[in-house]
Ligand binder design. Structure first.
Ligand code: NAP
Length: 540
């Protein structure tokens, strides 16, 4: 592990700079290095792990089964590592990524505690000059952005936010030392995946918990426990086939694709299916029960009603239950959640739900949060308010491509990309699981592996031909960007205010950020392009 040198130096030279050492950056380093490229990874955190380094809030765990939320590129790694839970908690996922870094001797090329501040294209040379906050300049042929989808934290613009005298936290930048809420009056703003995971655990500790909820979410019980022994056994004995099934699936998980519309089947049969899927405890179980739930409002309504009835069963106070029920948007169009005891938490005497749908937060004071003229006194305030998703972490870096044009300028009306990985005007720059790829609508690890492997093959192809630059063709980029929006517009997603649409960040262009064509279809499309010699990319 190298420590950053804080004095300015002459630019060092490598084949590739990878920004970020999470799931994507680690695999990119391993893969590109094994192809003979010299690689430097620059990571802002003090260790590898990305999302799983920063998100240390109580209850943080994955919501895709861990046996699938792991790398599949190395069968031995998959066989060796034993997950202790079906949905592993953050410390175990971080330990896994640390193990991967050590097992594949990755650390020697990773610089920690260092943030990339800019990346400027040297047009004449088709190289990138990458500058870090340590004052180091690195000259690289390729700029590989592995910055994560959800890594730029979003703080709401609420009057008086800076005035609060108590402790404040954001779930995405949680302290390393355990936070003790014993005897404290805690407020949580936000009820997305992070808030829903955190709230039950804070409730157990705090003297009183006040949850400030603007939009209720649909959440299913995780039914966590030990990993499914059948799936573990299959992975051990039949790794190649399971890997193939996962990679060609719609979401990067093993799930029989639905063949029927929710409206095609009798009500009792549909209810029974939803009931079974609820008991299975998976993120997309209900959403994938029928093939039209994200496309047809009437079909979607059947699933939404089922979850609302479940909430009514679990929450004793009918008004609190009503306040927790999502209404006015289709099930699944905000990312659904998996929880452990979330709804039952609101049966506790020491938990208050404040419904911001009726009245928004007026202001934050030194001592609490004011809603509808009433101050809720607090010692601690937790922001579970999410991220400037997908584009935020990319635009946080001063990236300048051809003619000095910034990525921010190029994406002023929303991200444009070819396949979500290459951008016209920014040769030799690649966005791993970038906007316009399935990324956020998939098991991210599966999408990461696909992007890294496709990119590695592309670089090998270009280098074999002695090409210096790879760039998205403007026309191919336009067509792909339109296709991503058309695919999104054929669903119910764009009707909902969500981070998928950039709607959670004031002023952000409203476009559908991920590609909804499905992991398997997208992979097949990318593979066809590779086989055809990469039309859509200018390789020169
Ligand atoms: P999020 O889904 O964007 O949720 C943010 C929450 O903060 C929402 O409830 C939002 O309400 C609320 N909020 C924002 N500004 C507010 C304001 N001014 N006043 C009141 N409430 C406000 O963020 P997240 O929960 O961190 O999750 C983001 C994504 O990260 C997830 O969708 C998921 O993809 C990923 N994640 C995954 C896991 C996992 O289990 N693997 C865990 C955590 C996160 P509105 O809905 O009204 O905007």
């Amino acid at each position: 592990m190298s420590t950053p040198d804080r004095t300015p130096t002459a630019a060092s030279t490598v084949d590739a700079v990878v920004v970020g050492a999470g799931f994507a950056g680690l695999y990119a380093l391993h893969r590109l290095r094994s192809q003979g490229l010299s690689v430097r990874v620059i990571e802002a955190g003090s260790d590898v792990g990305g999302t799983w380094y920063w998100n240390r809030y109580p209850g943080a765990r994955c919501d895709i089964e861990s046996v699938f939320y792991s790398y599949s590129f190395d069968a031995d790694l998959a066989r060796e590592w034993e997950w202790s839970e079906r949905y592993a908690a953050q410390p175990e996922i971080l330990a896994y990524l640390q193990h991967v870094a050590d097992r594949f001797d990755l650390r020697r090329d990773i610089t920690l505690d260092t943030r990339v501040v800019s990346a400027h294209l040297d047009e004449g040379a088709d190289r990138w000059t990458v500058t870090t906050d340590a004052g180091e300049r690195i000259s690289a042929t390729y700029l590989v952005l592995a910055v994560g989808l959800l890594s730029s934290t979003n703080l709401p613009q609420i009057e008086g936010r800076e005035d609060f005298d108590g402790r404040t936290f954001h779930t995405g930048a949680w302290p390393h030392d355990p936070v003790d809420f014993t005897g404290r009056r805690v407020g949580v703003i936000g009820t997305g995946s992070s808030g829903i995971q955190l709230i039950p655990l804070v409730a157990e500790q705090a003297e009183h918990l006040t949850v400030f909820q603007r939009t209720p979410n649909f959440s299913l019980p995780a039914k966590n426990g030990v990993p499914d022994p059948e799936k573990v056994a299959r992975l051990r004995t039949d790794h190649a086939r399971v890997k193939e099934e996962v990679r060609t699936s719609s979401y990067g998980i093993l799930l029989e694709p639905p063949t029927q519309s929710a409206l095609e089947v009798p009500e009792e049969e549909r209810e029974e299916k939803y009931r079974r899927r609820w008991e299975e405890g998976t993120l997309t179980g209900i959403l994938q029960a029928y093939n039209d739930l994200v496309r047809n409002e009437e079909s979607n309504h059947t699933a939404a009603e089922f979850v609302r009835r479940k909430i009514a069963e679990m929450v004793h106070d009918p008004q609190v239950a009503e306040d927790l029920m999502p209404r006015g948007y289709a099930y699944g169009t905000k990312r659904p959640c998996l929880d452990t005891g979330y709804y039952a938490t609101f049966n506790r005497e020491d938990v208050t739900l404040v419904n911001l749908r009726r009245t928004p937060i007026e202001r934050i004071t030194r001592t609490g949060v004011v809603v509808d003229g009433v101050e809720h006194p607090l010692d601690d305030l937790v922001y579970a308010t999410g991220y400037d998703a997908m584009t935020g972490p990319l635009l946080a870096i001063d990236i300048r491509g051809r003619d000095g044009r910034t990525l921010r300028e190029a994406w002023a009306d929303g991200p444009h990309s070819y396949l979500g990985i290459a951008v016209s005007g920014f040769p030799n720059m690649f966005t791993l699981t970038g906007p316009g790829s399935p990324s956020a609508l998939s098991n991210a690890v599966v999408s990461i592996e696909q992007h890294v492997e496709w990119l590695a093959d592309l670089l090998a192809h270009a280098r074999e031909r002695g090409a210096r630059a790879i760039e998205a063709d403007d026309r191919a980029e336009k067509e792909w960007t339109e296709h991503v929006q058309l695919a999104g517009n054929a669903t119910l997603y764009p009707r909902t205010d969500s981070w998928y649409m950039g709607a959670n960040v004031p002023g952000k262009p409203r476009v559908f950020l991920p590609y909804i064509g499905g992991v398997g279809n997208y992979r097949a499309h990318c593979d066809r392009i590779a086989r055809a010699g990469y039309p859509g990319l200018l390789i020169r």
